[in-house]
Design a protein around this ligand. Structure first.
Ligand code: SF4
Length: 96
């Protein structure tokens, strides 16, 4: 029986992510901005590529739930950028 990620503890979410074969672990360059300057077009393409990989990820729901709890400042998580996650949290009332 599959557990609803919203009912999992944060540690259970972390453990589930660590045990899954996730593409962000092998292609981090798509999920995080490079250290050197990145053009707006390159950023859009990189983030879209990350979203496509997230869309097929077997633990996307787990990743999204953990990201909504931890609100990372950088990167793409569960198909959403850090800025989008922050906006969703604000809209849902999770962040003042
Ligand atoms: S959904 Fe999360 S774990 Fe899966 S590829 Fe995207 S960022 Fe990685």
């Amino acid at each position: 029986m599959e557990i609803n990620p919203m009912e999992m503890t944060t540690q259970q979410l972390r453990d589930a992510l660590l045990s899954a074969p996730v593409r962000c672990a092998t292609q981090p360059e798509l999920f995080f901005a490079p250290e050197e300057r990145e053009s707006a077009a390159a950023k859009r393409m990189r983030e879209q590529s990350a979203r496509l990989l997230c869309a097929r990820c077997p633990v996307r729901a787990v990743c999204f739930e953990l990201a909504m709890r931890e609100l990372p400042e950088h990167g793409t998580w569960g198909g959403f950028t850090a800025d989008e996650l922050a906006a969703l949290a604000t809209d849902s009332g999770e962040v003042a």
